[in-house]
Design a protein. Structure first.
Length: 272
């Protein structure tokens, strides 16, 4: 009886979540369980994408688009991007800059900041305030779950991705598929098709900062994993305008110093 009641409560909780309207510009990502990482037979995979394991996540909201230059400049007063345009993704922002933006946006909207930030410059110490309702960076697991949008293939578009579907260097397609154009710059938010959950540019355009420090995967099932605590490198996901098709795969991981700046690196935000 208790087991049946628990199942009923779970479905009620999911139903309530589904009925809630997402904040403007965000998508409701319903929690669930998925297999994170890439299988050993996925072409052009890296060893750090495994072993695959089962991951269970709570529900959250994710921004439809990468944070744009207009959004970033409105709160910070600066636009560090190489490719200028209000509706282009902001880039040339460090991980420190991204978490600062999250707190500024939370404060502007009357939410509790998600981060405690001490110090300045590249010596800032950042802690995640878990009971906050404010904006934050997605965990690596949240990012991959949202990117896949229920798929298990290398891309949320299937076994291949084209330059009509994502902004990347079409001279270097995935797994010897047909070549496409190389735009050699970022593209406007929403100019290409979203994934099945209504999220744009999860593949390509700019790499996206995650919360997690880099670490090897465990093979054990996990719930709401938050990454390593022993690494100074931060995970980036999604590939970019100047990357090959291989690096756009849903499971692909990149590693950056938190102070790193590049015209192919930006971010998107989430909140509970």
């Amino acid at each position: 009886m208790k087991k049946i009641l628990g199942i009923l409560l779970m479905f009620v909780s999911l139903y309530v979540w589904a009925q809630q309207s997402a904040p403007d510009g965000f998508v409701s990502i319903q929690g669930g369980t998925f297999v994170m990482g890439s299988p050993p037979n996925e072409p052009q995979r890296s060893n750090n994408e495994g072993p695959q394991r089962q991951v269970t996540l709570d529900s959250f909201y994710m921004s439809k688009f990468e944070v744009t230059q207009a959004e970033y400049e409105l709160l910070t007063g600066v636009n560090p991007s190489r490719f200028k345009g209000n509706n282009l993704p902001v880039e040339n922002v460090s991980w420190f800059d991204a978490v600062e933006y999250c707190n500024l946006r939370s404060e502007r909207e009357g939410l509790n900041p998600a981060y405690s930030i001490r110090g300045s410059g590249n010596n800032r110490l950042v802690s995640w305030i878990k009971n906050s309702n404010g904006y934050r960076l997605p965990t690596e697991a949240e990012w991959e779950y949202a990117c896949r949008a229920g798929t298990t293939t290398p891309f949320n578009t299937g076994d291949n991705i084209t330059t009509d579907q994502a902004n990347f260097d079409g001279n270097y397609p995935y797994n010897k598929n047909a070549k496409g154009p190389f735009r050699d710059k970022t593209t406007v938010a929403g100019s290409l098709m979203p994934n099945n959950w209504g999220l744009y540019d999860m593949h390509g355009n700019v790499w996206e900062w995650c919360w997690d420090s880099y670490g090897a995967y465990s093979s054990d099932p996990e719930t709401n994993p938050e990454g390593s605590t022993s690494s100074s490198g931060i995970i980036g996901r999604g590939g970019s305008w100047d990357d090959t098709g291989q690096h756009l795969r849903s499971a692909c991981r990149n590693l950056y110093a938190p102070s790193y700046l590049s015209s192919d690196l930006g971010f998107r935000i989430v909140r509970q």
